[in-house]
Write a protein that binds this ligand. Structure first.
Ligand code: NAP
Ligand code: MG
Length: 501
């Protein structure tokens, strides 16, 4: 079959987005737009067509150095360092409003660059980015230390201060570009840090638009800097730079490991949000139709390019056939196509490289004995499309079961008894520990399993992402937490002050 085609007329602000995408694009350093020092550029593509959208400035190590100096200057300037918390909050609220005013254009840009259905961009990704800015704006005025009672001889007045950690490099991936960029910059700016954002090479366009909106809103020079470019050059230069105090990274576990090494030089603070292999567990008393829909959404949403995608499905044997058939039926009926087509339910994956990688996992699984229950459809391009796929008869040691595929590929397994310990052990048999999903109406089983699962987030019967809910991974899924109080405190250093009185 062919991918469905684009219907551009129906999409608001698509022409504005195309005009913006066409450029020219530069780096944003110290409050001004600058050409890259070495004059290099790279192209970003529309994954639904393979078409080149724009030439993007490729930052070198020399540009990274300039951005770090500009950020340091902001940290030492009265304008940013002495800005009152409520003034930082106000800037973030204004930025959120600016995103809201530009939501249609941002959504169209996100779909052009990343491929996601424009409905998802407009009604999930952009609102989530706005929520992040507003949520953390609220924290700017609530970052308090505490007074501490000391027990030593004498009389003491002791307290803690929460100070901004300093210059922060923030490196993000391509699967949720604007949502992830705002989830990074919001707590850092609310805490009073100066930021250098490095978006993924595949999806720089919404980060560029964000930089223009930040300029329009009027943040002090150097508080926010944008370096478009490659991970191995701009990204690596930032993670090694002695002038960077902290790196926050969302991306693959493999690159996370490189970042830990690069950060060792000056003991940068490091927060890492890495890969996952989330188990979805359907217990005997689950609402089966809801579990079927939820399981499908969890692996096929964003074409499976979600760190938290529910890629391993464990179903009690009583419901196994019904659930596998249900999820497979949804997969087979899904409209896969260009993100601007209003019929599209699943867009392309980010690139042909990624498409081939995903198909390689599926064929490797089949060669090792797996059965394809849905997904054998051939989806011809142009564009990088993969059919939503369901596999059964996989074994624990197969790559398709162990490794993060980052595509719409589900492995379904059944479990037989009611031993929660054994079930948790199967679900925990992974190097990752980002998320877990339970479908059950048995409260006791839900809470007992929630304690046994080695995962940063356990969702029961649905439940979503929220800027207030700490998010992060156990094991090789990361270091630290984003969102919530912990998310903003990660951008502070605690200083203890003790005075004899
Ligand atoms: P990636 O290859 O690790 O890239 C992520 C970012 O790191 C990109 O901006 C990349 O630049 C940059 N980078 C690459 N090499 C670097 C280096 N040596 N030093 C510094 N930066 C470097 O990941 P991806 O393929 O874009 O994204 C998919 C991965 O992200 C998956 O593993 C997924 O699970 C993970 N993810 C995790 C979460 C979470 O919250 N836990 C959320 C979303 C995604 P380039 O663009 O130039 O490569
Ligand atoms: Mg692109």
């Amino acid at each position: 079959m062919n991918a469905t085609t684009t219907a551009p007329d129906a999409v608001p602000a698509l022409e504005d987005a195309r005009r913006f995408a066409a450029g020219p694009h530069r780096l944003f350093i110290g409050g001004a737009w600058a050409d890259p020092r070495e004059g290099e550029t790279f192209a970003t593509q529309d994954p639904a067509t393979g078409e080149n959208l724009a030439d993007i400035a490729s930052a070198s190590a020399a540009d990274a150095d300039l951005a770090v100096k500009a950020a340091r200057k902001a940290m030492e300037s009265a304008e940013w360092a002495d800005m009152k918390p409520n003034a930082r909050a106000l800037l973030l609220y204004r930025l959120a409003d600016a995103l809201e005013r530009n939501a249609d254009e941002l959504a169209a840009l996100e779909t052009l660059d990343n491929g996601m259905p424009v409905r998802d961009a407009r009604y999930f990704h952009i609102p989530y980015a706005i929520d992040q800015l507003r949520y953390f704006a609220g924290w700017a005025t609530k970052l308090n230390g505490e007074s501490i009672a000391l027990s030593g001889p004498g009389t003491w007045h002791a307290y803690t201060l929460k100070e901004p950690v300093g210059v922060v490099a923030q490196i993000v991936p391509w699967n949720a570009p604007i949502a992830m960029a705002c989830a990074k910059i919001a707590p850092a700016l609310a805490a009073g840090c100066a930021v250098i954002l490095k978006p993924a090479e595949e999806t720089p366009l919404t980060a560029l638009k964000l930089a223009h909106l930040i300029e329009e809103v009027g943040f002090p020079a150097g508080a926010f800097n944008l370096l478009t470019g490659f991970g191995e050059t701009a990204g690596a230069a930032l993670t090694e730079h002695p002038g960077v105090d902290k790196v926050t990274f969302t991306g693959s576990t493999e690159v996370g490991r490189l970042i830990i090494k690069a950060a060792a030089g000056n003991f940068k603070r490091v927060t890492l949000e890495l890969g996952g292999k989330t188990p979805v567990i359907v217990l005997p008393d689950a609402d089966v139709p809801q579990a079927i829909e939820g399981a499908a959404r969890s692996i096929f949403g964003n074409a499976g390019q979600v760190c938290n995608a529910g890629s391993r499905l464990f179903v009690h044997k009583r419901h196994f056939d019904e659930v596998v058939e249900g999820v497979s039926r949804i997969a087979d009926a899904m409209k896969v196509g260009a993100g601007f087509d209003p019929e599209t339910q699943m867009g392309p994956v980010i690139s042909d490289t990624q498409r081939n990688r995903i198909l390689g996992y599926v064929s490797g699984g089949v060669d090792a004995g797996a059965t394809i229950r849905a997904g054998a459809r051939d989806i011809s391009g142009p564009g990088s499309f993969v059919a939503p796929t369901v596999l059964t008869d996989t074994q624990a040691e197969m790559a398709v079961r162990r490794e993060e595929i980052f595509g719409p590929v589900l492995c379904a397994m059944s479990f037989g008894d009611d031993d929660l310990e054994a079930l948790a052990a199967q679900a925990n048999a992974s190097d990752y520990g980002l998320g877990a999903v339970l479908w059950t109406n048995n409260l006791s089983a839900a809470h007992r399993l929630a304690r046994k699962l080695k995962a940063g987030t356990v969702r029961v019967n649905g439940g979503g992402l929220d800027p207030a809910l700490p998010f992060g991974g156990f094991k090789q899924s990361g270091w630290g937490r984003e969102n919530g109080r912990e998310g903003i405190e990660a951008y502070t250093e605690t200083k203890s002050v003790a005075m004899a009185i």
